[in-house]
Design a protein around this ligand. Structure first.
Ligand SMILES: C[S@@+](CC[C@H](N)C(=O)[O-])C[C@H]1O[C@@H](n2cnc3c(N)ncnc32)[C@H](O)[C@@H]1O
Length: 295
């Protein structure tokens, strides 16, 4: 298997040669995104953009040779590119990613889109909104919403203190930490509300399905970020109970797993919430559901 070969790059090897070699090795390992992964790894490791990579293939690896070899070995062991580089782009901004947090997924940008649509449709974009992000992980949702809504304040919760430290660092890098509280807790336990908007991408994989996930996910994303209990819906049940006696209108935008839309909607309707909208992903699965509840 390609992943078991000792790959070595030399200082006088060209970038174009390294790109071709990495692409071939990733493809041989069955990595679908082989050309893209090779390109992004080299750009990140060499500190150059895509144009420089493609228009100056004759430049030499130099001091980066060892790092390139190490990155190639890690990707061949199915470590995601963003984990190797330690950063991931989300909603056009760069976020630090460590082993303590879920590797943010592009689909999660839809949570931000739907939340902003709801805020704008209700004319709330200039209000001092109170926003909560349950299970914040790397903090992508709360930090992005606070960047987009400069008058809003946020509470970010997570059961993982290590994840919260990453979220705080990302919020500091983006300049929104002074508008965010980071609280280690389940759901919103112990958090002072009321909240106008709650967002969450909770763990939603059924516990018994975790072993069958792709190695890029199963071996690298934290268990706490994946395991949604026996049927994958445990944290949705927790979140639905948050607003038993709402003090003001609350809107909620949730990411869900493929095929969970009707179960999740039923859980929230039983707790008094009203469905507001749904959004599908590119694969045609409902990926985001939004609800509201009134006093
Ligand atoms: C799927 S990850 C999402 C992280 C981030 N929001 C994102 O979209 O990339 C879920 C996060 O929820 C946290 N978590 C799991 N159960 C929780 C609970 N009951 N209350 C709060 N956070 C929880 C995990 O530690 C993990 O960081």
């Amino acid at each position: 298997m390609a992943g078991q070969k000792q790959e070595v790059f030399e200082r006088d090897q060209t970038v174009g040669d390294a790109l071709a070699k990495m692409t071939r090795a990733f493809a041989a390992e069955g990595i679908e995104s082989a050309p893209r992964d090779a390109r992004i790894l080299l750009q990140g490791l060499l500190g150059i953009d895509g144009t420089a990579l493609l228009t100056r293939p004759e430049q030499l690896l130099g001091d980066a040779a060892e790092r390139v070899g190490d990155a190639m070995r890690r990707r061949l062991a199915h470590e995601p590119v963003s984990r190797i580089l330690g950063v991931r782009e989300f909603y056009g901004r760069e976020f630090i990613v460590t082993p303590d947090v879920l590797d943010p997924r592009p689909d999660t940008e839809t949570v931000v889109d739907v939340a902003l649509e709801i805020v704008r449709a209700n004319g709330l974009q200039s209000e001092a909104l109170q926003i909560a992000d349950i299970g914040t992980g790397s903090g992508i949702l709360i930090a992005t919403l606070l960047m987009e809504l400069p008058h809003a304040h946020g509470v970010a919760t997570d059961v993982s203190g290590a994840a919260l430290a990453v979220a705080q660092k990302n919020a500091e890098c983006l300049g929104v930490a002074s508008r965010t509280s980071f609280i280690e807790t389940r759901g919103l336990d112990g958090c002072a509300g009321p909240f106008d908007l709650i967002v969450s991408n909770p763990p939603y994989i059924a516990a018994g399905d975790i072993l069958g996930l792709e190695p890029d996910v199963r071996d690298y994303d934290p268990q706490l970020a994946l395991d949604g209990g026996a049927d994958g819906l445990d944290v949705y049940r927790e979140i639905a109970e948050i607003a038993r006696n709402p003090q003001r209108t609350m809107r909620l935008v949730l990411e869900i797993g493929a095929g969970q839309a009707s179960d999740v909607t039923d859980i929230f309707i039983s707790a008094g919430w009203r469905p507001l909208k749904q959004r599908k992903d590119l694969g045609g699965h409902v990926r985001v559901v939004a609800m509201e509840i009134h006093p």
